[in-house]
Design a protein around this ligand. Structure first.
Ligand code: SF4
Ligand code: SF4
Length: 384
């Protein structure tokens, strides 16, 4: 049972060249997948769009072609922004089976459901498309990953609940009450409709692995050997109605630590919950931009602005009291690698339509511009 609670998220697999998500480090991926399976876990979560649309093929090569079908469970997702019409739904689904090298998917989700794609999904009835695939034996469990308001979740579950076996939600201790996520309320809606929840972003894109020192000390004082990540996973898995927690892992240390957490899983006790509450306050006071580095915003940016990287650098600067020349150096490197500067933003708004965190990206890039491009930090010979 405990082994079913933990899944391997494939959105951030190891790559060989930074900035080129399709350059998979196949040897390393194989060793991570094998170690995960050897510990008794079996759930892998990919998507059509991950790693520049190449992830499903990488999963085929590193997992499907190397292990018996009954040894693992595979989840993938229909890209709701990408499909054009009903015919395209069918074509993409068939392509996904080929990409993954399987005859059926154990779990199949509508990817990144939100208000921006909901009408389109109704128009082409994606909900019944996946339901029919399940009836045909091509999908064992249907679901959706959801990044919008509890009100919309409720509306969808009222209207299409019979097409959905589970929902995938962003649940982590800093986002439970954040107005742009409202994790607690979304979870309550899923519970009310009796839909088991798979958790995505339990560590908020890695943010909860490297937490401020003050917060880390609180955790270490209580449990010296427990990693910050283990606290985040246990928090997510302790919530009512949560059936599974996903983690994107790209090192053996992470795989072993996370497998340890779930092999001997125990829910948080009251004292630990109080520590998490204090840690949340510290982290929120130290996070200027709550970006999860999913990179969805970058796909259609006409200026190729490295939005998540700039936000990570901005957060890093806002946390430091000393010199931030190294962050400026990284910023400079990204621009010279071909990315637009924050000030190159033409405010078209494409990025904000795609952001699952609903961040005011254009406004935030103005702040990045002030930090990185004023005060004589930015080299004048930069191209863009
Ligand atoms: S608003 Fe700016 S950052 Fe966003 S997609 Fe347009 S140019 Fe890129
Ligand atoms: S700004 Fe939004 S879409 Fe872009 S990486 Fe951050 S969370 Fe993802």
């Amino acid at each position: 049972m405990k082994e079913q609670m933990f899944g391997f998220g494939c959105m951030r697999l190891p790559i060989l060249e930074k900035g080129r998500p399709e350059t998979f480090d196949y040897d390393k991926i194989e060793s991570l997948f094998d170690a995960f399976l050897a510990r008794g876990f079996r759930y892998f979560d990919t998507a059509y769009t991950y790693h520049g649309y190449e992830c499903e093929k990488a999963v085929r090569r590193t997992l499907v072609e190397r292990h018996k079908r009954e040894e693992f469970e595979l989840a993938t997702k229909m890209p709701l922004r990408d499909f054009k019409d009903a015919e395209d739904l069918e074509a993409i689904f068939e392509e996904q089976l080929t990409n993954c090298g399987v005859d059926y998917f154990d779990y199949y989700l509508m990817h990144n459901m939100g208000l921006n794609v909901y009408e389109k999904c109704r128009q082409y009835d994606v909900f019944h498309f996946v339901k029919k695939k399940k009836e045909a034996g091509k999908i064992l469990h249907t679901g959706m990953s959801f990044h919008d308001t509890p009100e919309l979740l409720e509306k969808i579950l009222e209207e299409y609940g019979d097409c959905l076996d589970f929902v995938q939600l962003q649940i982590n201790y800093v986002d439970m009450d954040q107005p742009n996520v409202r994790g607690r309320e979304c979870l309550a809606v899923a519970n009310r409709f009796g839909k088991p929840v798979t958790v995505m972003e339990p560590c908020k894109g890695g943010t909860l692995v490297n937490i401020p020192e003050e917060a880390e000390q609180l955790m270490k004082a209580y449990a010296p050997d427990a990693s910050a990540a283990s606290w985040a996973f246990r928090y997510a898995a302790s919530q009512p109605g949560v059936a599974r927690v996903l983690s994107g892992m790209n090192s053996m240390e992470q795989v072993q630590d996370n497998c340890d957490t779930f092999s001997s899983f125990v829910p948080l006790n009251a004292e630990e919950e109080e520590i998490i509450r204090k840690v949340t306050e510290i982290i929120n006071a130290n996070t200027a931009v709550p970006c999860t580095a999913c990179a969805y915003c970058t796909h259609d940016c006409p200026k190729n602005i490295a939005i998540p990287q700039y936000f990570a650098l901005y957060n890093s600067i806002m946390r430091t009291t000393g010199s931030f020349s190294s962050q400026v150096g990284y910023y400079f490197n990204l621009v010279h690698a071909g990315h637009g500067k924050a000030s190159d933003c033409i405010k078209c708004g494409q990025c904000e339509k795609a952001c699952p965190q609903h961040l005011p990206i254009r406004e935030l890039l103005e702040k990045v511009t002030v930090k990185f491009e004023s005060g004589g930090f930015f080299p004048t010979r930069a191209k863009k």
